[in-house]
Design a protein around this ligand. Sequence first.
Ligand SMILES: C[S@@+](CC[C@H](N)C(=O)[O-])C[C@H]1O[C@@H](n2cnc3c(N)ncnc32)[C@H](O)[C@@H]1O
Length: 349
Amino acid sequence: MKQRNFMDWPEQSVVVIRTTLVYMAKKINSIWYRYKMDIWRDIYNIVLNDQKPKDNIPLTSTITAYLLRKAMGKNPGYKKEAGILDKFLSPIFNDEQIQAAYKGFHIFSPDVSDELLNRYEAIKKELDDTKPDLLIVGACGLSPLGLAYAMENPDKQVVDTDLSEIVVTRQIPTFPKPSNHQISRLDLLDEEAIKEFGQRIREAASATGLESLAIVIEGLTFYLDDEQRERLNKNLQTLVKKIKPENPEATFIFDYFTWWQPSRDRDIKSNSDHSLWKIFQNLTKNITSGQKCFMKDIEEVKEYLATQNFINIRHSRYSAKGNAHNVYVCEYRSKKNERCIQQPEILTS
Ligand SMILES: C[S@@+](CC[C@H](N)C(=O)[O-])C[C@H]1O[C@@H](n2cnc3c(N)ncnc32)[C@H](O)[C@@H]1O
């Protein structure tokens, strides 16, 4: 048997202390994690208890999700997202009308699917570069973006938001949601709703010590007229001030539709002899009747965003050349937050 040496004791004590510290750190971490998750779970509970499921969800979200799912099916890098979309779309995946609509897009407007995938990819890569602690996705529709970000970044928080019917549609009971992902109803054009949502997020964010904030709005600006877009931008800036009153700054990722991009020229391949042409025409009429914002080109979008108090505006380098659905990244910093530049004192003798 090994004789205990006087010199062994300090070494053993170090091991015991280290093991205890590691154990305590893990324990504190798990208590902190549970506390964090409980706080964020409230975001979900408070919002949904007054909702009733609706039968229909906006056509634009369904078609966008369907076209995106088809493009992702060809790309093995998007297995996770394809799985999420399969869950959301399962009730309507074999719907004859939706299938006919998809076939119509495939035949008469074949680039749209890949354009939507590129738009998604550009936003996802921008988020991977920015890695915000808190991501808010506005008008999320059936997009898998927020869930995918939450799954890939378990130490970050994500709140997906949309109008009521979408929020309810996304509550699939069997769907395993990551605990750092919440969903909330939010009308982005309603200032009061924005303030109330901002207050709730602020409480959770400050209690859980989240610093950087990013807000993504994908597939919405296209459907808003000038006045509505102005309201959207103002509301989003109010949201930042509500969530982070001490440090009101955030990164924004928007997509805008620019009509002169080359892809528009080859967009619709009309063929009135085709049996699906009428169905496709009706569908696109439904979708395009809601479209109100047609920017000319990338420069025009950047100039527009500059008039809306955004700064450091850039067109995403991940947006494919010629994609009409292109992505922009910009920042917002409240004027209050701008550092006061001190004038040097003039010394008089
Ligand atoms: C074309 S879909 C895009 C969905 C999703 N972002 C995507 O890219 O797949 C437009 C979405 O905007 C939502 N939406 C429309 N008006 C809104 C508003 N005032 N506030 C919040 N969401 C809105 C719709 O419910 C719909 O889900």
